[in-house]
Write a protein that binds this ligand. Structure first.
Ligand SMILES: [Zn+2]
Length: 176
């Protein structure tokens, strides 16, 4: 074997080792990704079995998760209110946007809202009053108190909210 041939073989070997390592890394990455996916699934299924943050005494899976998965399933303004509180509690910004009327939707403040809601601890939701907002209505109001803890202090948002139907489903319009 000539010297040139040996070098070539050496290069091939290096190339082969490189490819083998790349393959090994790829397998390692895939395994890690599968583990992460599995963990996310477990977290999700546990969350579905947990009490719903809105305080309905139902599991999240049997309550606000239905709304979060398909907003068209929400039949009353109060249900929409509850599902929005739960979305705040879980940091579901996509739902907070899709359940907001397009005319008043705070698109530009999305990051700010998400960061804020993740920084507080949502304690409970109290529904004080509601008017109209049934399945057959096209508008309704809900008065509520949302209790949360921010930087160690208990706070409350007391709001009388207006809900209307847009594209055939309930959305939050704003304060009455
Ligand atoms: Zn709920």
């Amino acid at each position: 074997m000539s010297k040139k041939g040996k070098i070539k073989n050496g290069n091939n070997k290096a190339k082969h080792t490189k490819l083998l390592n790349q393959k090994k890394n790829k397998i390692r990455e895939e395994k890690l990704l599968n583990k992460q996916r599995l963990r996310a699934l477990i977290v999700k299924s546990n969350l579905y079995k947990d009490a719903c943050p809105c305080g309905s005494n139902k599991t999240f899976g049997n309550c606000c998760a239905i709304a979060h998965n398909n907003i068209e399933e929400v039949s009353t303004a109060e249900q929409l209110m509850r599902s929005r509180y739960t979305a705040y509690a879980l940091g579901n910004i996509e739902y907070l946007m899709s359940s907001h009327h397009s005319l008043t939707r705070p698109n530009k403040e999305q990051d700010e809202i998400l960061n804020w809601t993740k920084s507080v601890i949502w304690l409970s939701l109290e529904i004080l009053n509601s008017s109209n907002g049934s399945a057959s209505d096209i508008e309704g109001t809900v008065e509520f108190k949302a209790h949360f803890e921010e930087v160690g202090a208990t706070q409350v948002i007391h709001e009388h909210s207006k809900f209307v139907k847009e594209n055939g489903h309930w959305v939050y319009l704003g304060e009455v």
